[in-house]
Design a protein around this ligand. Structure first.
Ligand code: HMG
Length: 464
């Protein structure tokens, strides 16, 4: 049995803050945001939006576009790390909202849970639901996997420049029009880590930024090494002499906490994959520098980060490497299009990887590339920490889906927030009904009870 993504929809809130206003207000060099991190705008939620609203709006879009009724959906999974309840799953809120449109109890037959593992949980949800389909349990119904998050960091923290908000809904079935997952190659790595975490009751995470960057790279590399073993064992890809697995991946989509993290990851993975190939000898000749190695043999992340000579030299080496024609060719042909949406939307945590996938499809198609049969590699990472590598192949019917993709039109007319408005929303100083934008044909939050036995109860409405 096969399984994959039949269609994909996005819902991005229309408020944003601009990197230039933000840099000015925080006394940062705009070049750090625009060139160093690759951020020009960050999407922000209004006072009457929460991650469940974003998810319900993405679900409604995909159901309406495909003329689906609730009876066509067998499972509705939500992956998020912006959960606001320790017990009641976000799915139930979303189903409550969708039933305002489709009728009371119309989703009663449907199953699903809320999934958590920082940004990687959406990939686990996709994998588990694909296996539900492959096992023949779907009985002709779709699985709807939704990734929805509000990436929110403390004011004036180093993570504040890497915020964003949005949701993506993915419709899975056994005859997908868009992407069929490669079977039996999905690979994971997992480790107990404190790179980024959000203890109970805290709205923003505790982050060790540089540690998290390096851990992301190491975990993804580990998952890739398992992926390679699986791919070679089942014969999906056969390497010839002097080749790497990445030669056989047409497009790469990486988890994007900020768009340049994709480029960092590509550079890191290529260095490891190319190191023993003849092309590396030429690159080292061009760079005129030997690849640095850490002095400390312990090799822990702390010891690597503390080795300031290594870190400095490795930074110089990476910069030289990413400027080579060899790197630039791979970057432009396999990765660059996936970074475009992230630059103007920001971090979507669980949804970031899939925003990148969506971005790659739209902007590669616009270049006139025929995407049929192209193999897409996915590098998913979630703090705490786990990575997942998997792949899939674009299906011949993909044009039916991709031809209508238009990021700007789908987001709609955006409104720039002043820094004052941004800080008021960020610090929850405005009430739910003190919204900035009027909304039409979408779900909004209208009330959160704060007292006694109804504490935390949320009410939503569909704004006609
Ligand atoms: P930072 O220390 O503020 O910035 O932290 P930096 O000094 O590392 O600079 C960033 C880049 O800008 C560097 O580029 C600088 O050189 C450059 P690089 O060398 O890496 O290519 N730069 C400049 N460029 C031009 N002109 C200038 C200039 N100044 C500097 N004047 C950090 C950055 C991302 C760590 C911070 O924003 C942060 O803590 N963010 C939150 C954590 C995060 O995003 N971690 C990413 C990996 S972990 C992950 O992805 C999981 C996550 O999504 C959560 C989850 O799983 O749920 C976060």
């Amino acid at each position: 049995m096969t399984a994959g993504i039949d269609d994909i929809s996005i819902y991005i809130p229309r408020l944003f803050i601009s990197a230039s206003d933000f840099a000015y207000a925080r006394g940062l060099d705009i070049q750090k945001l625009e060139n160093g991190l690759g951020i020009s705008k960050m999407a922000m939620v209004d006072t009457n939006q929460d991650p469940a609203c974003l998810a319900a709006n993405a679900c409604l879009k995909i159901m309406q576009k495909n003329n689906l009724s609730p009876k066509d959906i067998g499972r509705l999974y939500i992956a998020t790390e912006s959960s606001f309840d320790e017990s009641k799953a976000m799915n139930s809120y979303v189903i409550g909202m969708l039933e305002q449109v489709y009728g009371n109890e119309s989703f009663e037959h449907c199953g699903g849970i809320e999934c958590k593992f920082a940004c990687v949980s959406g990939s686990y949800a996709l994998y588990d639901n694909s296996n539900w389909i492959r096992a023949g349990e779907a009985e002709g119904k779709y699985a709807l996997v939704v990734v929805s998050d509000i990436a929110k960091y403390d004011l004036r923290s180093s993570g504040e420049v890497t915020q964003g908000a949005g949701a993506i809904a993915m419709l899975l079935n056994d005859q997908p029009r868009l992407l069929q997952f490669d079977p039996k190659v999905t690979s994971t790595s997992i480790k107990n880590e404190y790179d980024f975490y959000r203890p109970f009751g805290k709205e923003t995470p505790i982050v060790h930024g540089q540690y998290s960057n390096l851990l992301y790279l190491i975990q993804v590399k580990k998952a890739l090494s398992t992926y390679k073993k699986k791919v070679f064992a089942n014969g999906l890809i056969k390497l010839k002499h002097d080749e790497t697995i990445l030669d056989y991946i047409d497009y790469l989509n990486m988890h994007l906490p900020y768009s340049n993290m994709g480029k960092k990851a590509l550079a890191y993975l290529l260095r490891h994959e190319w190191r023993n190939l003849s092309r590396w000898t030429n690159i080292i000749k061009k760079i005129k520098m030997q690849e640095p190695t850490p002095q400390n043999v312990k090799g822990t992340i702390e010891s690597v980060l503390a080795d300031s000579d290594f870190m400095k030299n490795d930074h110089i080496f990476t910069k030289l490497f990413v400027n080579t024609r060899e790197f630039q060719d791979v970057y432009e042909s396999k990765l660059a299009s996936s970074l475009i949406a992230s630059k103007i939307i920001g971090n979507l945590y669980t949804a970031s990887l899939y925003l990148g996938f969506r971005s790659s499809l739209e902007f590669e198609f616009q270049k006139g590339v025929d995407l049929a049969d192209k193999r897409i590699g996915f590098g998913s990472y979630g703090s705490g920490s786990s990575a997942m590598i998997f792949s899939g192949v674009i299906q011949p019917e993909y044009k039916q889906i991709v031809k209508d993709m238009n990021l700007e039109m789908e987001i709609g007319k955006r409104k720039k927030l002043s820094l004052e408005e941004y800080e008021e929303i960020h610090e929850n100083k405005r009430n739910v009904d003190e919204n900035i934008l009027d909304s039409k044909k979408e779900f909004i939050l209208i009330d959160v009870k704060t007292k006694n036995e109804n504490h935390g109860k949320r009410t939503y409405k569909f704004n006609e």
